[in-house]
Design a protein around this ligand. Structure first.
Ligand code: T6T
Length: 320
């Protein structure tokens, strides 16, 4: 998809958000906050925006949203540069690389914006007033235990993550490997990084499935790599035979869970991450104390519990 079309559509969303979110404010108008997502038009970040938007309306601040079309340092840097120039009072950002985005984030802070990390963050602990995310390492461990249960605690497994250097998925892979190491009859045969690209993930998984026809399980550490892994299993007619555990819970992933392509989803609470991001930004803007680190909930969603009322908040939205 053309990057400019995507960015433009996200900006249009921002304008809508701005109109409905700017109901209150003093003579100088409502405080402006910008959310910079990791990638545009993706249910995890759409849900985060929905949570932030609702909270911004409650708090009387004006929220806009921007995102790169792809999970890409250069594209997100461009977005950050233009946001920094507009000097919003606060920025909620999900940096696409824990080291490479440090410079652009410093630029935001240097221009006077309060910076809050939502979902991903940076290696440099001095940056960001607050960091709000799932406990991703714990999520990786939960994925490994869930996969072990699905494959009878034995067999070959593969782990997929978009790329190294993303704070969240790095932690998920670490947690997954830590837990798998405790299961002597499970062998991690491959760790693959296709980029945040479902097509490439499918290609790589096709190769893995031919290399190891007896593969028992796959852990796809995010929505996009999961989409690719699911497609490869469908092409190879191995759905249900090779057990698939994925992070996230987009409408498409939930559909695949119900159909038996996916055995479990390790789902996050992106709405809550967005909500708490706004709360932390508003606290910082009002000179109130902020919380340096906030961990939101994770849950393993299966075919058996997907319709339980307490699971609904873990299922992602396609629009607000
Ligand atoms: O898994 C989420 C997010 O938590 C991660 O940081 C990047 O990938 C997703 O956006 C899903 O595609």
């Amino acid at each position: 998809m053309n990057r400019y079309i995507v960015v433009a559509s996200v900006l249009a969303l921002a304008v809508t958000g701005a109109c409905s979110d700017s109901s209150s404010g003093g003579s100088s108008g409502p405080k402006k906050i910008t959310l910079i997502q990791g990638i545009a038009n993706e249910p995890f970040y759409i849900s985060m925006y929905c949570g932030a938007k609702a909270e911004a309306a409650k708090q009387g601040v004006q929220l806009s949203v921007q995102a790169p079309a792809q999970w890409d340092v250069a594209q997100q840097t461009q977005v950050v540069t233009s946001v920094a120039a507009s000097r919003p009072k606060a920025v909620l950002i999900a940096p696409v690389d824990k080291d490479a985005m440090a410079g652009p984030v410093r630029q935001l802070a240097g221009n006077g914006s309060k910076v809050i990390f939502v979902d991903t963050d940076l290696s440099d602990p001095s940056l960001g007033l607050s960091r709000i995310s799932s406990d991703n390492r714990l999520g990786g461990q939960l994925a490994a235990r869930t996969l072990a249960g699905q494959i009878g605690d034995k067999g070959k497994v593969v782990v997929l993550a978009p790329k190294k250097g993303i704070a969240t998925t790095d932690d998920r892979v670490t947690g997954f490997k830590e837990e798998i190491a405790k299961h002597p009859n499970i062998k991690l045969v491959s760790e693959q990084y296709p980029g945040d690209d479902a097509g490439k993930a499918t290609e790589i998984m096709n190769g893995e499935l031919s290399k190891d026809p007896d593969l028992a399980g796959i852990f796809a550490s995010n929505l996009v790599t999961g989409e690719g892994a699911g497609a490869a299993l469908k092409q190879a007619k191995k759905t249900g035979t090779v057990k698939l555990i994925e992070f996230d819970a987009s409408p498409k992933q939930v559909e695949d869970l119900r159909a038996g392509t996916i055995q479990a989803l390790i789902s996050q609470e992106p709405l809550d991450i967005g909500r708490q991001g706004i709360d932390q930004a508003v606290a910082a803007l009002n000179g109130k104390p902020v919380t340096k680190q906030i961990k939101t909930q994770l849950v393993a969603v299966t075919k058996d519990n997907v319709d339980q009322p307490d699971i609904a908040k873990y299922l992602y939205k396609q629009n607000c």
